[in-house]
Ligand binder design. Structure first.
Ligand SMILES: [Zn+2]
Length: 155
């Protein structure tokens, strides 16, 4: 499950080009997507990465088009996107917004990486509030848990 999606868009009424950073996956992204071949377009689990990619994409796409490209972030399905020029102030606002989402997301109990909310690992003995990003992280914590238990029984 992705947190944010970066797409190239054209506003139907004004014909303005813009990069959209929308909540959810590609299915929830605005419908007027422009088919372009940029690596930055796509779904992201990490919101900070999504915003960095969107900023790069505005610059790259604008250079290739030879036309201004606007940006719209925090785009929600069914709500008309608000277009802004990519000024330093807007960049700061976008990064703060991404950081806030990042802080609110669940992290791996072992390494601190972001957790995909539909695809994570648990150790039944350690309870359901400890979630892990990978089997490796879960196994490492489980090994430690076993070691600690072993020490306890030896005392
Ligand atoms: Zn981890």
């Amino acid at each position: 499950m992705s947190t944010l999606t970066v797409t190239c868009q054209v506003e139907p009424t004004s014909g303005k080009y813009f990069v959209s950073v929308s909540y959810g996956g590609l299915r929830e992204a605005p419908p007027d997507m422009v088919q372009v071949d940029y690596d930055e377009v796509g779904e992201y689990l990490d919101p900070v990465e999504a915003v960095e990619m969107a900023i790069d994409l505005v610059e790259n796409w604008s250079e290739d088009l030879g036309e201004p490209v606007y940006v719209s972030y925090a785009v929600q399905e069914g709500v008309p996107p608000e277009l802004e020029e990519l000024s330093n102030g807007v960049i700061v606002k976008m990064k703060n917004w991404a950081n806030q989402i990042y802080m609110d997301m669940e992290k791996c109990a072992r390494c601190g990486d972001l957790i995909n909310s539909k695809d994570y690992y648990l150790i039944p003995e350690l309870g359901s509030d400890k979630k892990y990003c990978s089997a490796t992280c879960a196994e490492r914590d489980y090994e430690e848990y076993l070691e600690i238990n072993e020490e306890d029984t030896q005392e």
